[in-house]
Ligand binder design. Structure first.
Ligand code: SF4
Length: 214
């Protein structure tokens, strides 16, 4: 796979920032607690599905204090349409207990502290901090991985290495670029049948000829 030149990377960066400067996550939330729960639920699950689940969930458990005392089976019932709901329910209760006992009921907006919580890996922590604080961090989900490879921004085989490639290539405005690449991959550079005819980055694409989804 041919990689983009510095000039091409700068063009891609400028266009993505211009296009997506006001982009936000499509997950619906009102505070850091709701954002963290929604991001945990969104692993291997669509934002659309999570947004169907969370209104009832947040009515039943409006904060970590109530979630920490939740009955596991009742919580499973509320999130059962989400993938891996058994594990997610267990993790959500453990997460809420830790936030209550270790952080006085406040979601810690710090990577080192966030990743101590159950169900929160580095990617989840980054997504929360990008969205809530506009942190200069990258998080590589399936959309970011695919689009970064199609655009020649990375040829790395792992999510971790791809993240490092994107940080090195873009350096700043990573929060906007992350949101932009997620939306670009979700609606234009889709996994199957990407909308290449309407793609505003097509001149930089490394996958058009003999296109094969990666
Ligand atoms: S031209 Fe098609 S495959 Fe290439 S980046 Fe655009 S949408 Fe994706």
């Amino acid at each position: 796979m041919k990689l983009s030149t510095k000039y091409e990377i700068n063009c891609i960066k400028t266009i993505l920032i211009d296009r997506y400067k006001d982009a936000k996550t499509e997950l619906q939330y009102k505070n850091a607690y709701e954002l963290l729960v929604a991001v945990i639920l969104s692993a291997q699950c669509t934002d659309k599905r999570v947004n169907i689940i969370t209104p009832v969930l947040f009515e039943a458990y409006p904060d970590t204090a109530s979630l920490a005392k939740a009955n596991l089976e009742s919580l499973k019932m509320l999130i059962q349409s989400c993938s891996f709901f058994n594990n997610k329910a267990t993790n959500l209760i453990k997460m809420a207990k830790s936030v209550e006992s270790d952080f006085s009921g406040n979601i810690p907006l710090d990577e080192e502290k966030l990743i101590t919580l159950s169900g929160v890996g580095q990617k989840t922590a980054h997504v929360v901090m990008i969205e809530y604080k506009g942190a200069n961090l990258m998080a590589v989900d399936t959309h970011v991985f695919r689009t970064s490879h199609r655009l020649g921004l990375s040829s790395s085989k792992t999510v971790q290495k791809t993240e490092l490639d994107l940080i090195k290539a873009f350096k700043d405005n990573l929060d906007i670029l992350h949101q932009g690449m997620v939306l670009f991959g979700r609606y234009i550079c889709t996994a199957k049948n990407p909308k290449c005819q309407e793609c505003f980055l097509s001149e930089f694409c490394k996958s058009k000829k003999g296109f094969k989804p990666v």
